[in-house]
Ligand binder design. Structure first.
Ligand SMILES: Nc1ncnc2c1ncn2[C@@H]1O[C@H](COP(=O)(O)OP(=O)(O)OP(=O)(O)O)[C@@H](O)[C@H]1O
Ligand SMILES: [Mg+2]
Length: 406
């Protein structure tokens, strides 16, 4: 018998990956292919911050569909720009916040202060207006200039309307003339969701956001192929990815132009290759990955669901996440469904109707259904998911958000 444990053997098995973390959603690659023109516009817009900091506040809108590189572009620019400005001995910081994750303007401000300036900043006891003043005081006290990127800003506007932006863009009104303007903004919006949010903003707030807009288009299959080649080079062993597999991933993601999806396909495909002990990532592994990511989480498919199908699916996702089990009896899901309906101010549908929804959702592959085995009293239908409940929940909430606040 060899001295190696099963786990040790698994862990020392060869892998197609060289550095998997290079494919994680938080990683920003050193360069962004096909975004040179956009980076140039960003540089031109904020250039004066490096030359005459404090003279004016600059703002830019960055918009585009899912996976078009908005977050990556802002972060790449922000960190390169920060390095450049600091070389000029200017006290400058790029700060990136995700408004949807923070949940409110209060949360946005609190976390900007906590993560960048005062770790022990109390979590309660202030209004958001007070927090904003505290933030500005911190900038003054440290003679610091900030470029703030507000990512997924449409989520905040849907929730709180135009007020947060109104306050952020009028910070310096009523201050003595000549006070340095320390805060500039990149406002990031996801299309098409942002259209609704724009309707909630009045014309003057929109116009103070500035007339600089960078509009990203989804990537073509050809562009995705080049992007993937570059990312593969960073993350995979040499020659571990079959060119046809890469091309397939680019083609599949090219339908929507979504680079995130393309990268997920590669990453999961790599996982399948490793599990199958294949030394190379083959088209078959991409297909398997697509089966796993594609059907149930395709936003286009989710969008086509009726309101109550969405609410029911959200209930399934949430109940499964909370219970941490693989399946739940339909009764438990129905309880969660009532709670979800209440949250979205909808009257729950009757049992027979929900049952029909369960059937259609099951048939379309959005969730899995099976009948409980022996041992349990009576037979009951069990519901499960093929995809991460967390991600499905997030996606559905995003879609339903407009309903809640509209
Ligand atoms: N031009 C590019 N070159 C290399 N990688 C890229 C490029 N564009 C996007 N990516 C990668 O694709 C993934 C998705 O990009 P990103 O998160 O920036 O999209 P997004 O537009 O912010 O999407 P969402 O609307 O979902 O927030 C990230 O992993 C990012 O690093
Ligand atoms: Mg993003």
């Amino acid at each position: 018998m060899s001295g190696k444990s099963f786990v040790e053997k698994e862990l020392s098995a060869p892998s197609v990956f060289k550095d998997e973390s290079k494919l994680s959603p938080d990683y920003v690659p050193p360069s962004l292919l096909h975004r040179e023109e956009e980076l140039r516009i960003l540089a031109r817009t904020f250039r004066s911050l490096a030359e005459a900091p404090g003279e004016a506040s600059y703002r830019l809108i960055l918009r585009g569909p899912i996976g078009s590189g908005k977050t990556a572009l802002a972060k790449r620019f922000g960190s390169d720009f920060e390095a450049y400005v600091r070389k000029k001995k200017i006290n400058f910081k790029y700060v990136h916040v995700n408004c949807r994750e923070e949940g409110s303007f209060y949360g946005v401000l609190k976390n900007i202060i906590r993560r960048n300036f005062e770790r022990g900043f109390p979590s309660r006891g202030y209004s958001s207006q007070e927090l904003l003043s505290i933030f500005i005081e911190i900038l003054d006290k440290n003679n610091l200039h900030v470029l703030l990127a507000l990512d997924e800003l449409e989520a905040l506007i849907r929730k709180e309307g135009g007020d947060p932006l109104f306050s952020l863009t009028r910070l310096y009104e009523g201050r003595p003339p000549g006070s340095p303007q320390r805060l500039s903004l990149i406002c990031i919006f996801r299309e098409p969701e942002c259209e609704e949010a724009f309707k909630l903003l009045d014309a003057s707030t929109l116009s103070t956001l500035g007339h600089n807009t960078v509009k990203l288009e989804g990537y073509t299959s050809g562009q995705l192929k080049e992007i993937l080649e570059y990312r593969v080079h960073e993350a995979f062993q040499e020659n571990a990815v079959e060119p046809e597999a890469l091309e397939l991933a680019a083609d599949l993601a090219g339908e929507t132009g979504d680079a995130r999806f393309a990268i997920e396909l590669l990453w999961l495909g790599g996982k399948f290759a490793d599990t199958a002990r294949s030394p190379r990532l083959l088209p078959e592994h991409i297909r398997a990955a697509q089966m796993n990511i594609h059907p149930s989480l395709r936003r286009e498919d989710l969008k086509l669901l009726s309101l109550h199908e969405k609410l029911l699916l959200l209930a399934v996702a949430r109940a499964l996440r909370l219970s941490q089990t693989a399946y739940l009896p339909i009764g438990d899901v129905e309880k969660e469904y009532s709670a979800v309906c209440e949250e979205y101010r909808e009257k729950p549908r009757a049992h027979t109707q929900t049952w029909k929804y369960v059937k259609t959702l099951g048939m379309s592959g959005m969730m899995s259904t099976k009948i409980s085995g022996k041992g349990q009293r009576g037979k009951t239908t069990l519901l499960g998911l093929y995809v991460s409940s967390e991600r499905l929940e997030e996606e559905l909430r995003r879609m339903l958000e407009s309903k809640k606040h509209g």
